[in-house]
Write a new protein. Structure first.
Lengths: 294, 277
């Protein structure tokens, strides 16, 4: 009996291991593909060091030999930071309301609403932004297609991700913590802010990371509302172009070094997401140590 | 067992060969301009329905890719939305339709004509308010196309501009995005395919087409070759076409597909038999 279950365990172990290997291999192949496609760009510019212009030059005219991506890197970061800082308080607030304050029936309705919002395809958000939001901003601050429009559309898109993951990590906090804090006679808001939220911090963090990665990688919706002018994000009403939108706008028509430089920007995006997840991992580690230490 | 194996191997070899163009009489591959692709797909569909057993595959990727693929033999026919350049005379082009680029403004804009010089000044940022052109006191929103698009290429060539000289407030990809952007912004100026713009106008979209050099921007004026900002839509091959290739090109140039050209808001060229070269 025991040996039988051992055998099943071993088989399952092997199966899972091979699945993990396939996943890892896929990721490795994608990175390899990006590297090989981007290679001509670096190889042609490595001897004189001009490939570094990707990071510090501000002019993007690939057909005229100018490959500065600095404005687009900063725009990507600005749009993402703006969207997350708008969606985080809203999402976290929604999660707390959902978990602790909402009457059961309206909580159900609200959760359904968030699920529907999460299921809307990005092209629909983009179309709404292009035909409703952008004209609205135009009538106030032309040209309308701007950093602000991109931030609002993206914030709407990642809001359900943050709200739903936060709600489920709040729900998974052990009941004893809540009952314990009740027994101490703490007020409701103290219970939530100082007991439940810190305990659910890791889950909320990973939800925010997921949302940030989505915001950084979102292409179509941003492409439709951001204006796509290559310049540093100097104001909320200025049009900007993000890295992903640049790839989508130009890839279909790019040849030679232009094409290779677009793959280089894809590599850069992958790197950014990795840095981000490494950072989030570090933050979680430090938090855990603090909790254990305290 | 052996039979099955042979069958599987045959199937595999067919599957592996598919992406490479083959000089057989059963299938054709077209790649290139995303402007021509929808029209080519309709023509291909009609040809397939008239000739059972023939398969025609249409893939997008831009005019430059159409040239490249046709030259390297990666495709049977390249789709190129402009006349061939002097450096591309190793290829042969067959004109199937014309397309014009129209300058569009928001319907409510008081400005009704712009000279070439004024358009250049607007796009280079020397004129940045409609008041300077007799309109209301509103800042101009310049809508430009993304780098690599053939619409941009034609626009730059016509006005002898470089893309780095253009000071745009919005950069767009597809024609539809351009029309929606201008329709949603009373201060905007942009350029898109005339066929698309004329169609949107009949639907009541809030845009208007400007005349160029005294020629009104209509499909008719493009067909007659009067309208200056226009381009050819060509099928390009790298050798004298024979067999299925020849028959398909003849079909695409025949009167049988005229309704398809009209339906895509392109313009049938007046002389259907001429090579555009």
């Amino acid at each position: 009996m025991l040996s039988n279950s051992n055998r099943i365990d071993r088989r399952l172990n092997g199966l899972l291991l091979s699945m993990v290997c396939v996943t890892a291999l896929l990721l490795a192949l994608i990175v390899l593909f990006l590297l090989s496609e981007a290679w001509p760009f670096f190889a042609n510019r490595e001897p004189d060091g001009t490939w570094l212009q990707l990071f510090y030059r501000q002019n993007w005219y690939p057909l005229e030999g100018q490959f500065g991506m600095a404005p687009m890197i900063l725009s990507s970061l600005a749009v993402t930071a703006g969207a997350v800082s708008l969606a985080l308080p809203l999402g976290l607030g929604s999660a707390i309301f959902l978990q602790f304050y909402a009457p059961p029936r309206s909580a159900q309705g609200f959760r359904l609403l968030l699920n529907v919002l999460a299921g809307i395809p990005s092209v629909v958000f983009g179309l709404w932004g292009l035909t409703r939001l952008v004209p609205l901003i135009t009538s106030w601050q032309p040209p309308g297609a701007s950093l602000l429009a991109a931030i609002i559309v993206l914030a709407l898109m990642i809001l359900p991700t943050i709200a739903l993951t936060s709600a489920s990590s709040l729900a998974s906090v052990p009941k004893e913590m809540l009952t314990g804090s009740m027994a101490l006679g703490l007020r409701r808001n103290t219970q939530i802010l100082h007991v439940i939220l810190p305990a659910a911090r890791a889950g909320i963090n990973s939800g925010v990371l997921l949302a940030t990665a989505r915001a950084l990688g979102e292409t179509l919706a941003v492409l439709m509302v951001a204006g796509n002018v290559v310049q540093f994000p100097s104001g909320l009403f200025e049009p900007v172009r993000v890295l992903t939108a640049n790839i989508a706008l130009e890839m279909a028509y790019a040849m030679g070094d232009h094409r290779a430089s677009l793959f280089a920007s894809g590599l850069l995006l992958t790197l950014l997401v990795w840095l981000l997840s490494w950072f989030a991992h570090r933050v979680n580690q430090v938090n855990n140590r603090e909790i254990r230490g305290g | 067992m052996v039979k099955t194996l042979i069958r599987v191997l045959l199937l595999l070899s067919v599957a592996l060969n598919l992406p490479i163009a083959q000089a057989n009489n059963k299938s054709l591959i077209l790649t290139g301009s995303s402007t021509i692709a929808p029209l080519a797909m309709e023509i291909a569909k009609r040809y397939e329905s008239q000739h059972p057993g023939v398969r025609i595959d249409v893939q997008m990727g831009g005019s430059s890719r159409g040239i490249n693929d046709a030259r390297l033999g990666l495709t049977d026919i390249g789709m190129v939305s402009r006349a061939l350049k002097p450096t591309e005379q190793d290829l042969t082009a067959f004109l199937i339709a014309m397309d014009g680029i129209g300058i569009i403004l928001h319907k409510s804009n008081e400005v009704n004509t712009l000279s070439d010089a004024q358009i250049i000044d607007i796009y280079t940022g020397k004129i940045n308010n409609w008041q300077q052109l007799g309109g209301s006191d509103l800042p101009i929103t310049v809508v430009n196309k993304a780098e690599g698009r053939s619409t941009l290429e034609l626009f730059l060539k016509h006005f002898t501009l470089k893309n780095s000289q253009i000071k745009a407030q919005v950069v767009i990809g597809e024609n539809q995005q351009g029309i929606k952007t201008v329709a949603g912004n009373p201060n905007a100026i942009g350029y898109v395919s005339i066929g698309t713009a004329e169609y949107e106008q009949t639907l009541g979209t809030a845009i208007k087409l400007l005349p160029m050099a005294g020629q009104i921007a209509t499909v008719e004026s493009v067909a007659k070759g009067y309208y200056p900002l226009s381009r050819q839509l060509n099928l390009v091959v790298n050798a004298t076409p024979t067999g299925l290739l020849r028959r398909f090109i003849d079909f695409a140039q025949s009167a049988e597909v005229r309704d398809l050209i009209d339906a895509q808001f392109f313009v049938a060229p007046l002389k259907m038999d001429s090579n555009s070269g």
